[in-house]
Structure formats: C-alpha cells, structure tokens
Design a protein around this ligand. Structure first.
Ligand code: GLN
Length: 449
C-alpha cells in the first residue's frame, strides 16, 4: 500500500495547474459573470457546502470547472448557498439560513442549488454552476423561471465537486437562455484525467448548430407525467408547450414510463447509500468541524464532532444509507434498488427508440411556502420527474414555459426535456427551438428587472 504524503499532494496540485496553462484559453466567456454553488471547490474564498461541518473550509485547489471558466475569461463573482451537502429540494436545509425566491420572498427557490438559481433569476450575474444529483439544477431553475441544464453523466468533470452520491452527481449550468448554456458547456465539458468517470470521447460542438432546428422532431409525452399530482396551472402550461412544439412541426408520440412511480423510492435508497459512504470522511480529524468538548476516546470525538457539525437532513440520510447497506438489509434494499436502476435504464432506452426527447413538467408544483414541507417524504416527492434522469445518467433541461397566476404573484413553471445518453447537443437544440418561439425566458421578477 502506498501512502500519499504532503510532497505528493504538492505535485498533484502543481500538475493540475500546468494542465491549466497548456489548455488553450479561448476568452470566449470574457465579460460573463458566473456564480459557483458552494459545494464546488475554489481556492478563492471558502467552500462550506451549506454545512457547519465545513465552516471556514478553504480548498487548496480549484475544481476543474472553475479552472476552465477562469481560463475562458469568465469573472467568478461568488459562492452560492445550497442545501447542506446538496441534500434537499428547497434550499431550506442550510446552516446559513434559507434562500428566498425572488418572485415571492415568502416562497422557496427550489433546491438544492437554490442560491445559484436565485443569483441568475435576480439578475445578480449572467450564469451560475450547480450540481444535480436528483434534480437540484432543474428544480430550482423551474421554480425561479430560468434555464437549468444537467448534462449526461460524465460530460462535465466532477473533480472538485464535493461528493454527495458519486454515481448520480453531475455539474451543470443555470442561465437566462439556452444560448448561454451552450456557451458555458463549450468551456466546461470534456474529458478530465482527474475524474475517471469523465467521458474520454471527443466533445460534440455545443455552439456550431445550436440554432438549426431538428428535422422530423418526435416528442415523447408519457401519460405518467400528467395528472392530478400536478398543479392545474402546470398541466395547462405543459399542454400549451406541446402545442408550441406541434406548431413548429414536431410530432407528438404517446409513450409509457411506468417506472416513474418507483424513481423516488429507488433514488432515496441509492443516494443515501452513497452519501453515507462519502460523508464518512468528515470525522473532525481529516476534515471538518471538531468538537471542543473533552472526549474520552477517538470514537467519542468522531461522534460528537459529527453530531455538532451535520444538520438534521444530512444525519437522516447517513442513517438511511447505513441502514440500507447493512448486512441484513443490503439485498432487500440496496441490491433491489440497483436492479430497478437497470430497469429504469432499459425503460428509457425503449422510450428513446420512439422519440428524440421526453417532455413533461420539471416539478409537480410551483414554488411552495418556506416552512410548508416539514415532512421529509413530501419534500422528496418534488423529485418525482427529475430523479430518474440521474438514476439512468441521461441529460435533462428545464426551460421557462409559463406562470401560475393563482397565488397573487406570478410563479414560474418549468418545462422538463430529457434526452438520450450523449444527446446533450440535440437536447439544447430542441430546447432552443422552444425558446425562440416563446418569451417566457425574458421575464424577470419585479424586484430585479
Ligand atoms: N432533492 C434531491 C435530494 O435531496 C436531489 C438533490 C440534488 O440533486 N442534489 O437528494
């Protein structure tokens, strides 16, 4: 067994910076202001993951995405608040307090990348990076009326993204337009030798044919995405979005995704299992908060530090994950969830033999009130349309498609489009077709136009 000493780590970081200099720095993002979710490490400032556990933590290196943005001339404007370790759907579970939705400050912005979504929706910056493990880019984008893109797993390097559930996590973008999404993807996507799960294939051209419509576009609409579980205003906006696509020549295909129903339960076995393992590193010795109380031994030090450092939702996930991985329950829960994961992949494969893209709402409801969802399961149900995208590793985007007028103030609605593995460019082109036929993305909240 070899051990990594300080000397090795110095070389490691130095090597990464050499890579940085040898890359061609295009300057294509010159003048663009970009915020970074606080679970993506930056040498500048701190990286806290919204947790007391990492209060004041300073990373010795930049995430690959951060290096690439700097290299392309972007101006990084700050770190954005998020649910603790990206666990949540509302950005209420943060050690630093909740994030408010700029369309109605009594409501949540969605989560877990709520701070990034709000920074873009409130026009504080042009774009932001977030992470999406089960919907954390697409949901806040929908609830804040902006574009949120989760690329195919492996398209963007996760090096420097603090791990939550490594087989599901993916970095992506928040922007005010699909065109800006493509501009940023052009810079941040591509293989990275520091992330063994990043795709080594040559990159598709994100910018070249963004404005060329897809011929003979087939849009799949699953019956499972429509029904009483959605706010009526959401069903109305989705019907209108289907009409928009029909008017620009698309064919609508009825498809069936019966495993939509089991997505949330599968996700809440897989994600906590991986999280319980990933978060074991925060022991108060190697990383994170250390209790100042006197402890009789090392185990008590670990226990007290973790009890003080982690919030309630993170503790719940660690307990859930440890439970489903324990020897008596592994087969019943974790192994079964892996089998369902395979079935979900097959279900998508079958669906994509009939259509280019799958259309539905991003969320079943518009932004809800802060403090409204105290029961964890009702919070988890927000992931019903987004979790399976991550379980399969395909790509998905949320784009503005309307507003609900039932709450005294307009509340944004997101259109969710999902495409096949590595069809990221095609997905952006299909999203662009909608965006160029509508004006929803041009609207900003009253506070910040
Ligand atoms: N809402 C999901 C969760 O709490 C997804 C979070 C995410 O995508 N980071 O796990």
């Amino acid at each position: 067994m070899s051990s990594v000493n300080i000397q090795d780590l110095d070389n490691f970081n130095a090597f990464h910076e050499v890579w940085d200099e040898t890359e061609s720095c295009s300057g294509s993002l010159q003048g663009m202001t970009i915020a970074i979710k606080d679970n993506i490490v930056t040498k500048e400032g701190t990286t806290t993951c919204g947790s007391k556990m990492l209060k004041g933590y300073k990373s010795p290196f930049n995430a690959t995405v951060v290096d690439r943005l700097i290299c392309a001339g972007a101006t990084l404007v700050g770190k954005t608040n998020c649910d603790e370790f990206a666990m949540g759907s509302s950005t209420e579970h943060c050690a630093w307090g909740p994030v408010l939705n700029p369309w109605d400050k009594t409501r949540v912005p969605g989560g877990s990348s709520g701070g990034s979504a709000v920074a873009v929706a409130a026009r504080m910056c042009n774009a932001a990076l977030g992470s999406d493990t089960g919907g954390s880019i697409r949901q806040p984008a929908a609830l804040c009326g902006i574009v949120g893109f989760k690329p195919t797993y492996g398209t963007v390097s996760r090096y420097g993204l603090v791990a939550f559930a490594s087989s599901l996590d993916q970095i992506g973008t928040f922007t005010q337009s699909v065109n800006d999404t493509a501009k940023i993807m052009h810079v941040i996507a591509g293989h990275d030798e520091f992330d063994s799960t990043s795709n080594p294939e040559p990159l598709p051209d994100f910018l070249g044919n963004l404005n060329t419509p897809i011929d003979n576009l087939r849009i799949g609409v699953p019956s499972q995405y429509r029904g009483d579980q959605n706010d009526p205003a959401i069903n109305t906006a989705i019907t209108a979005a289907i009409e928009t696509y029909k008017n620009i020549g698309a064919t609508i295909v009825d498809i069936d995704l019966p495993l939509t129903d089991v997505g949330v339960s599968t996700y809440y076995v897989l994600a906590p299992a991986e999280a319980s393992s990933n978060l074991a590193r925060y022991d108060g010795i190697r990383y994170g908060h250390r209790t100042s109380e006197k402890c009789k031994d090392l185990i008590e030090l670990y226990a007290k530090s973790r009890a003080e450092g982690f919030g309630a939702e993170v503790k719940r996930r660690i307990m859930l994950g440890t439970y489903v991985l324990s020897s008596g329950y592994y087969d019943a829960y974790y192994n079964n969830a892996l089998k369902i994961r395979r079935l979900i992949c097959e279900e998508y494969k079958e669906a994509f033999s009939k259509c280019d893209v799958i259309l539905g709402p991003t969320t079943p409801t518009v932004a809800f009130k802060i403090g409204e969802k105290t029961d964890p399961v009702s919070m988890y149900m927000n992931d019903v349309y987004t979790a399976n995208t991550n379980i399969a590793g395909i790509c998905g985007i949320s784009i503005p498609c309307g507003f609900s007028e039932e709450h005294g103030t307009p509340l944004p609605i997101g259109l969710h489009l999902q495409a096949q593995w590595h069809d990221d460019v095609k997905l952006l082109r299909i999203a662009q077709m909608f965006e160029s036929s509508t004006m929803f993305h041009k609207q900003s909240p009253e506070c910040c136009s």
